[in-house]
Design a protein around this ligand. Structure first.
Ligand SMILES: Nc1ncnc2c1ncn2[C@@H]1O[C@H](COP(=O)(O)OP(=O)(O)O)[C@@H](O)[C@H]1O
Ligand SMILES: [Mg+2]
Length: 267
């Protein structure tokens, strides 16, 4: 079971979008997946077509970490109902997000509180991939996610502040893994919302290549005019019609291939 946190210091760069895209690719590739929505805004929950309040929320489960069984409270993603043959599809479940988890999002979180998700995941089996959609800060919830994860996937936009924020986050991951989570490594940096016609983006991409070297993951995800509509409709990108979107789905397939062992990809 590969546990992957999707993180960034900044909001709005595409953490939830990347989580959704990878979940859609996993579903399409037969990889059984659990998405944990740790962001109090609960956008991943909505995007995966699960209604808030459908299962016990992440915040409540974190509170009850020592006695709760996470597997009893996961909710099946509504994406499965959009497939022709949901019965033969891989599992796609969600731990529902809610504002309740914000109580753990303190900068001074205690080390024993940091282990709460790790404790919850110890009793979980039956998934090949766990994606944790993090809030946009390095506060308590992100630390809770990192302490439970094998890898952190960073999301960045090709802009000055995003590049600076990603460098800070990379340093924070190193410090965190030295101090609290020796198992934690950086999966890489995914660049999102790149525009081929932007000279500034081109410049920032070159800068990112130089700074991150082999940690820069390819392909870069482009700004896509259909993306908000797809998310608004709570649809998996692999099921959305149209060529422009198909390229985006393929990009997520390429990224997923680099994140999970080849044997987990059934299709
Ligand atoms: N590649 C993209 N093309 C177009 N819009 C995008 C793309 N990625 C993200 N967005 C939009 O940008 C907004 C922020 O993305 P989101 O994934 O919610 O970021 P985060 O989770 O980091 O806050 C959303 O409205 C989303 O639909
Ligand atoms: Mg988000």
């Amino acid at each position: 079971m590969q546990i992957l946190s999707v993180s960034s210091l900044k909001g709005g760069v595409g953490k939830t979008s990347v989580t959704m895209g990878l979940a859609s690719s996993a579903l399409n590739s037969g990889v059984s997946t659990l998405v944990i929505d740790l962001d109090p805004h609960a956008d991943a929950t909505t995007g995966l077509s699960v209604s808030r309040g459908a299962g016990r929320e992440a915040g409540q489960l974190l509170k009850e970490a020592r006695k709760a069984s996470l597997s009893d409270h996961v909710v099946r993603s509504g994406w499965l109902d959009l497939l022709e043959d949901p019965g033969s599809a891989a599992r796609l479940d969600v731990v529902v997000g809610s504002a309740l988890s914000a109580t753990f999002d303190r900068p001074d979180i205690r080390p024993r509180d940091m282990k709460r998700l790790k404790t919850l995941l110890q009793g979980v089996s039956g998934y090949e991939l766990v994606l944790v959609d993090c809030p946009p800060s390095l506060s308590g919830l992100t630390r809770i996610a990192w302490a439970a994860s094998h890898q952190v996937l960073l999301v960045a936009e090709p802009s000055l502040f995003s590049v600076a924020g990603t460098e800070r986050t990379m340093r924070a991951i190193k410090m965190f893994s030295n101090e609290f989570a020796p198992q934690l490594t950086q999966a890489g940096v995914v660049v999102n919302r790149a525009r081929a016609d932007s000279a500034e983006h081109e410049y920032r991409l070159l800068e990112m290549e130089r700074l991150y070297q082999d940690k820069l993951m390819l392909p870069v995800l482009e700004e896509n005019p259909h993306w908000q509509q797809i998310q608004g409709a709570a649809y998996p990108v692999h099921q959305w019609p149209g060529d422009q979107v198909r390229d985006m789905a393929k990009s997520f397939d390429e990224l997923l291939k680099q994140l999970v062992p080849a044997k987990t990809l059934k299709k």
